[in-house]
Design a protein around this ligand. Structure first.
Ligand code: SF4
Ligand SMILES: [Zn+2]
Ligand SMILES: [Zn+2]
Length: 308
């Protein structure tokens, strides 16, 4: 098998693109695809400051590495979720990456923040699934860090597999408001929000894992222990089976949706977003989702203390 670009011996086969590449040409192909996504979707320019949310996994570190290589102005944000050994390992790998690349990293350990709540405590106190609490916390802290740091844009490492699984879930349940918001670029709906972008939305998990491996990036391989049994994994498994039989299906599913179907879904305007009475972040009600969750933890703790 020969490299499509230089005809040297190929080491990476991409069935979805009906192509194979040598190491150097694959890295070029990966970076160029990310750069094209950024430019075509008007995600950001080299004059803007980008905050990259990094988890220590292959996708976010591959994204950060690519943005650094392409000459964008980036800083990293690591949110310490307090999920045991998984969080310690992912923080260590993220810090090592930042040190090795000489880039700034902001580490926010949830247990050290004002509310002092890590994900396992919130999930236990509110009897919610950890991922539901985690999503609310991530959104809040990512938005706040981007605003406090004066960044123009927040970038996350969601890849093609994530986007395809999300799209399948939204279509299966005909979640019209979510379908309207499923885009690689979300423009701010309040002056305290920044633009949110997903530069890897056309890049598969296999491609980012291969990129991270070939670039020698030391990422956390273990999944978060709460990921097991998540519905998203069922969707990913289904899509992987489809992809195996029909290479390129995931890419076509997501890109054809964005090109042909997305314009048919009208997002309801986030009209009347005010500010949360407790934290000051944009909110549709008196309290934002994050503060409502924290208040619920406090209420339940008081109730438990009163009965003991
Ligand atoms: S699997 Fe769930 S708890 Fe773990 S990092 Fe992801 S969203 Fe958070
Ligand atoms: Zn080549
Ligand atoms: Zn709030």
């Amino acid at each position: 098998m020969k490299c499509r670009r230089c005809t040297a011996k190929a080491t990476v086969q991409l069935r979805s693109h009906n192509a194979a590449f040598c190491r150097g040409c694959f890295l070029f192909f990966f970076q160029r695809n990310v750069e094209r996504s950024i430019e075509r979707e008007h995600m950001f320019t080299r004059d803007e400051r980008v905050l990259v949310a990094v988890s220590g996994g292959k996708d976010s570190l591959a994204l950060w590495d690519t943005l650094i290589e392409l000459g964008y102005q980036t800083e990293g944000l690591y949110l310490g979720l307090g999920i045991g050994a998984y969080s310690s390992a992912s923080q260590a790998k993220t810090e090592r990456f930042a040190t090795d690349h000489g880039v700034a990293l902001h580490v926010v350990p949830l247990e050290d923040e004002a509310d002092g709540l890590a994900i396992p405590e919130v999930a236990a106190a509110t009897r919610r699934q950890p991922c539901a609490a985690c999503g609310t916390f991530k959104r809040h802290y990512f938005d706040r860090a981007a605003r406090d740091g004066g960044f123009d844009v927040l970038a996350t490492g969601h890849n093609l597999d994530d986007e395809a699984a999300r799209l399948l879930g939204n279509v299966l349940h005909w979640q019209l408001p979510y379908l309207a918001k499923q885009q690689p670029v979300l423009l701010p709906t309040h002056p305290r929000f920044v633009r949110k972008v997903r530069p890897l939305f056309r890049t598969s998990e296999y491609e980012s894992a291969t990129y991270a491996f070939l670039r020698g990036i030391d990422y956390v391989v273990e999944e978060c222990p709460n990921a097991h049994g998540a519905t998203q994994l069922v969707y990913k498994d289904l899509l992987n089976r489809l992809e195996h039989t029909m290479p390129g299906s995931k890419l076509a599913f997501v890109t054809d949706f964005l090109r042909r179907a997305h314009p048919l879904f009208n997002a309801a305007p986030d009209a009347g977003l005010g500010e949360c009475e407790r934290c000051g972040m944009p909110s549709a009600g008196e309290l934002c989702g994050y503060c409502r969750l924290v208040a619920e933890v406090e209420r339940r703790r008081h109730a438990t203390a009163a009965h003991s």
